[in-house]
Write a protein that binds this ligand. Structure first.
Ligand code: PHE
Length: 338
C-alpha cells in the first residue's frame, strides 16, 4: 500500500490531483483506513506490531504528500511570477497630461520679466470692496467715471473687481508709507459687457505699480519698452497718447509698433502700424495721499495691461471667447511640452 501511494505521489505534478490522492489514500474509505479496521480481527499479540506498521505507513504517506505539496506550490508560485513579470524596457503607453492655459502662460511670462526687474507679485480678492476698487482709486461714489467700468455689484459695498488697480490700492495701504514700492498684480477682473469677439465679461489684467523718489514718466516709458521687447520681440517701438484715468495724472494710452508688419501697416494693426496695448500714467497725488504718502516727496507710475489682448496679438487669436470655452483643440496648441 505504502509503495503504491508513494509512487503515485511521486508521479503527481498537479496540486489538485495531489489533494485527490490525499483524500483517497488517507481518507476514511482509503486503503490505510481499511488496514486499521482489519486490526480488530487480529490476535492481541499481533496487534501492536501491525498497528505500528500501519501508523508508520500513514505517517510516511502524509509526509510524502506534504513534501510534494510544498514542491508543487513553489513551482506554481514561480510560474505565476514568471507570467506576471513586467518588462520595464518595453516602450510605455503615453498618456496626455493637462497643459497650462495660454492666459496662464502669458501672465507667468509677464510676472517673470518683472520679477527680473525686482518687482514682487501681489494678488488680491476678486470679490472686492467698492472702497479699493473705486474710492481709493480716486473714483468717488456717483462719479461718472464709474460708468466706464460697468460693474457687477454684489451689494452696495461689494463687487467683482473691475480692474486689478484694486490690488494696487491694497498694496499702497499695506506699505504704510514705506518706499519704494514695486509690485506686479495679475488677476481676473469682471465687467458687465456683452460677450463678443473682442469683449468678455471676465478677463485678465496685470498691473504694475512703482512708487519712490523721483519716479518719472521716462521710467514708465523705459519699463514698458522693455516689456514690449520681451513680449513682442526686440526692436518694438512704443508711443504714448494722452488719455484719462481717475487714478493717474497724466494718463496715457500706450501703443506698440506692430509686431506682424514691423510698422508698415497690415490687417492686425488696421494699416496704422500701431497696436494699442495698455493704459498707464503717473499715480494721481490724491491716490498717494489717501494711502498715507506725502505726494510732494514721492511719485509713482502705474500701468495696466490686458492679458487676453497680449495673448491674442502674440498668438494671432482673433476671438477672445476662445480663451473661455475650453476647447482642448485650442488649448493644446499652447502645449509647450508636446
Ligand atoms: N485700470 C485701468 C483699466 O482697467 C488700466 C490702468 C492701470 C490705467 C493703471 C492706468 C494705470 O483699464
Amino acid at each position: 500500500v505504502q509503495a503504491q501511494a508513494l509512487e503515485e505521489i511521486k508521479a503527481c505534478e498537479d496540486l489538485q490531483q495531489l489533494q485527490q490522492i490525499r483524500i483517497t489514500t488517507l481518507g476514511k474509505k482509503g486503503p490505510i483506513q481499511s488496514l486499521m479496521t482489519m486490526m480488530k480481527d487480529l490476535s492481541p499479540e499481533e496487534k501492536p506490531a501491525f498497528g505500528q506498521e500501519v501508523n508508520e505507513c500513514k505517517k510516511a504517506v502524509a509526509a510524502a504528500i506534504e513534501a510534494k505539496m510544498a514542491v508543487l506550490e513553489k513551482a506554481a508560485m514561480n510560474r505565476k511570477l514568471e507570467e506576471e513579470k513586467i518588462d520595464i524596457t518595453l516602450p510605455g503607453v503615453p498618456f496626455r497630461t493637462g497643459t497650462l492655459h495660454p492666459l496662464t502662460l502669458i501672465s507667468q511670462e509677464i510676472e517673470d520679466l518683472f520679477i527680473g526687474m525686482g518687482y514682487t507679485v501681489a494678488e488680491g480678492p476678486e470679490v472686492e470692496l467698492d472702497f479699493y476698487n473705486f474710492e481709493r482709486a480716486n473714483i468717488p461714489a456717483d462719479h461718472p467715471a464709474r460708468d466706464m467700468q460697468d460693474t457687477f455689484y454684489i451689494n452696495p459695498k461689494e463687487l467683482l473687481r473691475t480692474h486689478t488697480t484694486a490690488i494696487q490700492m491694497r498694496e499702497l495701504e499695506k506699505a504704510q508709507g514705506q518706499l519704494p514700492i514695486k509690485v506686479i498684480c495679475p488677476g481676473k477682473v469682471y465687467r458687465r459687457d456683452n460677450d463678443d469677439a473682442t469683449h468678455s465679461h471676465q478677463f485678465m489684467q496685470a498691473e504694475g505699480l512703482v512708487v519712490g523718489e523721483n519716479i518719472t514718466l521716462t521710467d514708465l516709458k523705459g519699463t514698458l519698452q522693455f516689456m514690449a521687447d520681451r513680449m513682442f520681440g526686440e526692436g518694438r517701438q512704443i508711443r504714448f497718447r494722452p488719455s484719462y484715468f481717475q487714478f493717474t495724472e497724466p494718463s496715457v494710452e500706450v501703443d506698440v509698433s506692430c509686431h506682424i508688419c514691423g510698422g508698415k501697416g497690415c490687417p492686425v494693426c488696421k494699416g496704422t502700424g500701431w497696436i494699442e496695448v495698455l493704459g498707464a500714467g503717473m499715480v494721481h497725488p490724491n491716490v498717494l495721499e489717501m494711502a498715507g504718502f506725502d505726494s510732494t516727496k514721492c511719485s509713482g507710475f502705474a500701468f495696466g495691461v490686458g492679458i487676453e489682448r497680449v495673448a491674442m496679438l502674440k498668438y494671432g487669436v482673433d476671438d477672445i471667447r476662445n480663451f473661455y470655452i475650453n476647447d482642448t483643440r485650442f488649448l493644446k496648441m499652447f502645449d509647450r511640452f508636446d
